[in-house]
Design a protein around this ligand. Structure first.
Ligand code: BES
Ligand code: MN
Ligand code: MN
Length: 459
């Protein structure tokens, strides 16, 4: 065993204990009452990154802080690699559906249960531990390293693009590594070839000034709930295609070989359906399930609010109605342009008698990978070593807005190697990360540096 392998094995328990500390900090970026927890979480991470051997700084933003760690000991002629992750987490509600409290990590059946375990604290922290292992055993890394951890990914990374632009010289690098996604199946390491983008809206309808008696007024006053239902019903045609005019105009066709490659992946619709608990799958005609998630844009209702929703009946004509709607985007759709189309469409189909406003909440650009180059090859070899199996190339339906900004501003290739698993409950109650993947992910992250430096020294 190499000194590096020995170090990883010897310190495995501590790496897990430290992750548990990280998971105990309730860094819910969406909730203002947690602002101090975000600060505490950033400070905790800074201390751990410093202890790992990185030179750290905290950068305040109008939102939550950015933590930066740097090690530039490889010299100006060596490549520089930036590792990105996020330390913020999603809200935990509904709390009653958790089998153990979200901020009291617990291992059951080889799974680390806690909010943020897989998204993204576990996947971020394993990189910090891999860097520590190199610096502790060899005193150096084959590349210069930047670790950038943000606290606003789950709320749209509003302040990160500006930071990347302002710090472009400092963040200049030859590649970006991100672990914030899932593997295709247990034991099957995976590299992402694409992410979808996002355009998120709130649609508000106002009708009468107050709720009205549905007997005294119903039938004579436009009902905002019904008006909203009619608007939403125009979003798709009978084939499941988005019917907002112009929606598909910027969509770049996928190469036939990408679609063919997706079809080689072992994927079972019935199993996928059973996992969701839904009684049928549905989506755009002419595309397989994986293509619908990875290759095609969507328009989905995320939430609805109107009228009386309490116990029993209340005869009322609501004064307001609201919907949260998000579009997942594929190259080369842009969130701003989709926002324009959405606003124009809603204004056109909105019935008279209601005031309608469309507010853009947040957005992110879609992204496609360059599946070649030194970083990609090193990632492939590192995953092969950690899992004893070659990685598969997979798409992804979720979004990581900053990936597009890294590619655009830094001009660097981005390697997305995730260590989550299907069914991990990210954003949901009982989020978990496989303990085995935390260990193997740490190893893969450690091997990545070796592979970037010209190969294994014998693991
Ligand atoms: N880690 C996810 C992105 C992701 C989702 C990767 C699913 C792989 C599978 C990230 O933390 C996330 O949740 N992104 C948001 C972006 C939004 C808040 C701007 C998303 O996709 O909804
Ligand atoms: Mn994430
Ligand atoms: Mn997330």
């Amino acid at each position: 065993m190499s000194a590096l392998s020995t170090y990883l094995a010897t310190h495995q328990q501590r790496f897990r204990d430290e992750l548990f500390e990280f998971l105990r900090i309730p860094s819910v970026s969406a909730r203002s009452e947690h602002a101090a927890d975000l600060q505490a979480c950033a400070a905790w991470l800074r201390d751990k990154m410093q202890a790992a051997g990185l030179t750290t700084t905290i950068h305040e933003t109008p939102g939550h802080p950015i933590v930066l760690g740097e090690w530039r000991g490889a010299g100006a002629s060596a490549p520089t690699i930036l590792v990105y992750g996020h330390y913020d987490v999603q809200p935990v509600e509904p709390l009653e559906l958790w089998d153990s409290p979200p901020f009291e990590p617990e291992i059951r059946d080889g799974r680390i249960y806690a909010r943020g375990s897989v998204d993204d604290k576990g996947q971020l922290y394993l990189h910090v531990k891999a860097i520590e292992a190199h610096l502790a055993t060899a005193g150096r890394l084959p590349c210069n390293v930047i670790v950038l951890a943000e606290g606003e990914e789950e709320v749209g990374s509003d302040n990160l693009a500006a930071f990347v632009e302002a710090q472009a010289a400092r963040l200049a690098c030859d590649g970006v590594v991100i672990s914030d996604s899932a593997m295709f199946a247990p034991g099957q390491p995976s590299i992402l070839s694409s992410l979808r983008g996002l355009a998120y809206f709130q649609i508000d309808l106002e009708g009468p000034t107050v709720d009205l008696h549905s007997g005294s007024y119903g039938g004579a006053v436009v009902n905002p709930a019904m008006a909203l239902a009619r608007i939403l019903a125009t979003f798709h045609d009978a084939d499941g295609r988005v019917a907002i005019p112009g929606f598909y105009d910027a969509v770049r066709e996928w190469e036939p070989d990408v679609r063919a490659q997706i079809r080689t992946l072992p994927f079972d619709d019935a199993h996928f359906q059973a996992e969701t608990g839904a009684s049928a799958l549905g989506g755009e005609a002419g595309w397989t399930t994986l293509e619908r998630i990875w290759c095609r844009p969507t328009c989905e209702v995320n939430g609805l609010l109107s009228g009386y929703t309490g116990e029993g009946a209340k005869t009322v004509l609501p004064s307001r109605a609201m919907a949260k709607v998000s579009c997942r985007l594929v190259p080369d759709q842009a969130p701003g342009a989709i926002g324009d189309l959405m606003r124009r469409h809603v204004a056109r189909v909105a019935p008279a008698g209601v005031r309608v406003t469309v507010t853009e909440l947040h957005g992110g650009n879609p992204w496609r990978a360059r599946l070649e180059g030194a970083l990609f090859d090193a990632g492939r070899r590192a995953l092969q070593r950690a899992y004893g199996k070659a990685p598969v190339i997979v798409g992804e339906g979720g979004s990581i807005p900053v990936v597009h900004d890294f590619a655009r501003v830094l001009g660097a290739p981005v390697l997305l190697m995730g260590f989550g698993l299907p069914g991990e409950n990210a954003h949901a109650p009982n989020e978990w990360m496989s303990e085995e993947n935390y260990v193997k992910g740490t190893a893969a992250a450690a091997w990545l540096w070796e592979e970037l430096g010209g190969g294994a020294s014998g693991a």
